[in-house]
Design a protein around this ligand. Structure first.
Ligand code: SF4
Length: 625
């Protein structure tokens, strides 16, 4: 038996009502690891090109990382993958919790679902007992109600579910695991909804084989001990405050977008910002929680008496920014309410905030008025109006219907020049990090196979802690000298980050490890899997995965090389005030330089034939050439 993986995946066909196990050869893990890597390999090969993302042939995959299920620190991630109905590109979305580990405990390295059920269903996998069950009484319920009902019948299962938004095929709907962790991006809630699949509920007791358990225990103990003893730095802050620890610094530094990306910290001054900082949020903390195998535990359960909420989850940075400075809203309680509403409905908070910001700016510019918005005065910082419109999006009623698929779709419906207020890339609302601050994020927003994402290997985001600047994250991973200056070394750094990041995901590691302490990556892979890898081996696997993600998107006919970001996002024209004043990001040149390093045609982003062949991706050549 191999170490760390089972060599087996599970296919479920909802049209046929069947389950089928497939054994995979060791080589596939050696080449693609797990997570996004294994997902893109299997979905690329099994899903015909130009498949309707919401049709019966569409495949959605749930993949734990290669290391997931072991005790290796911060390796508990699970990845959703398939074609994004939102962007029409390759889609993936990464999330924590315990669902990934449970897939491994069920004896699988991934679950792939295709087909469409005739009536609403949910799937249970409890060790060898697999069933497709009627979900009529779950359909229409929110995430919390759904999970509670499932758990009444199937004790101790781990659940991935959609809310009403996914059922209605909202393109900004998401999948929530264990009530708290969202695979938010790419619109996968709609994919589950299109299959009439309300939830997966799984439980297993299979053990993973570990190559060298003693070594793993020792390495994990050392890493976790210093995490637990941290009295400063990112680990300490994430544990004490969660991601809201970024709220203050991100706004004043120019990282957080303000006023639908058109504002500066002057529009959201200290007296507003101080109301939504981590210390204020923390007053509502009840207890911490976190993902499997994580010593940091950055999540928290909160109680908010002012909103009559007995139990909810801490609004993460992205929620705080998307419903805070982006809308000039400084009402702390509303951040809890909006986060809770979106979680229960199964909606991506970034996309909802971006959709409302779009609508507010349309209202300000008299493109829409109160007659269009069902009487709602959609003005900046109008907390009641924001909550009201979000409820309309959730209930898919009135003006909420127009916003329910995100701002790109809304602008197409509204017309009248409204598209200039839609801050998205290929339909995906841009994340809450400004490329004028993290320059290389413009390239990933525009050109990554999953556009609009902040967790897509931007070099500048990767090195944003002083810790990473010193190249100490994984000691063998050293960015080239001079990578901060425009030119060759910087492009090489972008390529290295793109490759490395794919491996981190495919191993199931949490992105936040970048900000923590030195991670003994190669030692952990050796202890868990038994592979003696070099950093070059890691990067080669990452390049293979990134090339295949790119090829999937190109095969769909989407030429990302033509992508344009909204001018205000990249400083075109440059801002005259604020921390990002005078900055204009030349992301198109970055893309060309990046392509040359990747072995891609800089004009259209196509991987060259020799690049594909050198990465054992010869099977892609016929699809692209
Ligand atoms: S740091 Fe937070 S998101 Fe990352 S693994 Fe730990 S609990 Fe999960």
């Amino acid at each position: 038996m191999p170490n760390a993986y089972h060599g087996k995946i599970l296919w479920i066909d909802l049209s046929e009502g069947t389950f089928r196990e497939e054994k995979l050869p060791d080589e596939i893990y050696q080449q693609y690891l797990g997570g996004y890597g294994l997902a893109v390999k299997l979905i690329y090969e099994n899903m015909p090109k130009k498949t309707d993302a919401l049709g019966p042939d569409a495949i959605i995959g749930y993949f734990p990382g290669l290391l997931t299920g072991s005790i290796a620190p911060l390796t508990g991630r699970v990845m959703l993958a398939g074609k994004s109905p939102l962007t029409g590109t390759w889609g993936d979305s990464n999330c924590g919790g315990y669902f990934g580990r449970e897939i491994k405990k069920c004896g699988y390295d991934g679950i792939l679902i295709k087909g469409v059920a005739e009536t609403p269903k949910y799937i249970t996998i409890i060790n060898n007992d697999k069933q497709i069950l009627d979900a009529d009484e779950l359909w229409g319920l929110n995430i919390y109600e759904t999970e509670d009902k499932i758990i009444e019948k199937h004790r101790n299962v781990k659940i991935a579910a959609i809310g009403p938004a996914g059922e209605r095929l909202s393109l900004i709907s998401c999948i929530i695991h264990d009530k708290m962790r969202a695979a938010g991006r790419s619109g996968f809630g709609a994919v589950m909804g299109s299959k009439k699949l309300k939830a997966l509920a799984i439980k297993g007791d299979q053990k993973l084989s570990i190559a060298n358990n003693n070594a793993l225990v020792q390495i994990t103990k050392e890493y976790n001990t210093s995490a637990k003893n941290a009295e400063s730095g990112a680990m300490y802050l994430y544990n004490k405050f969660g991601l809201s620890c970024l709220n203050f610094s991100s706004v004043i530094s120019g990282d957080a977008p303000i006023k639908n990306w058109g504002g500066t910290p002057e529009d959201f001054p200290m007296e507003k910002l101080n109301k939504i900082v981590a210390d204020e949020i923390n007053k509502y903390r009840v207890r911490n929680y976190g993902c499997f195998s994580c010593p940091v535990q950055c999540g928290a359960v909160m109680k908010v008496p002012e909103a009559n909420i007995d139990e909810t989850h801490i609004p993460p940075y992205e929620t705080c920014m998307a419903f805070g400075p982006l809308l000039l809203n400084d009402d702390l309680i509303s951040l809890f309410i909006l986060n809770d509403l979106c979680n229960r409905a199964g909606l991506d908070v970034i996309s909802v905030g971006g959709s409302v910001a779009f609508a507010v700016e349309c209202f300000e510019n008299q493109i829409i008025n109160k007659e269009d918005t069902d009487g709602i005065e959609l003005t900046w910082g109008n907390t009641d109006a924001i909550i009201e419109i979000v409820k309309k999006i959730i209930n898919n009623e009135g003006f909420g219907k127009i916003l329910a698929d995100g701002p790109k779709s809304a602008a197409e419906t509204i017309g009248k020049g409204s598209e200039k207020f839609a801050m998205h890339s290929k339909g995906q609302v841009l994340a809450m990090h400004d490329p004028k601050f993290f320059n290389t994020m413009a390239r990933t927003y525009a050109y990554d196979p999953t556009p609009g994402r902040h967790t897509a290997s931007s070099l500048d985001h990767f090195i944003s802690s002083g810790f990473m600047n010193r190249n100490k994250y994984v000691k063998e991973f050293q960015l080239p000298r001079g990578f901060k200056r425009p030119g060759d070394a910087r492009y090489e750094g972008m390529k290295m980050c793109a490759a490395f990041h794919q491996c981190i995901n495919s191993l199931g590691m949490c992105y936040f490890t970048y900000w923590f302490q030195t991670y003994p990556l190669l030692e952990i892979i050796k202890a868990v899997v038994g592979w003696d890898l070099s950093i070059d081996d890691i990067l080669e696997k990452g390049l293979r995965i990134q090339n295949l993600r790119q090829a999937f998107t190109l095969r769909e006919g989407v030429i990302l090389a033509n992508s344009e970001l909204p001018g205000r996002v990249v400083g075109d024209p440059p801002f005259e005030t604020g921390p990002n004043r005078g900055k204009k990001i030349d992301y198109k040149s970055d893309f060309k330089g990046f392509c040359e390093k990747m072995g891609w045609n800089p004009e259209n982003g196509y991987p060259l034939e020799e690049t594909l062949n050198s990465l054992d991706l010869g099977f892609v050549v016929k699809d692209l050439y």
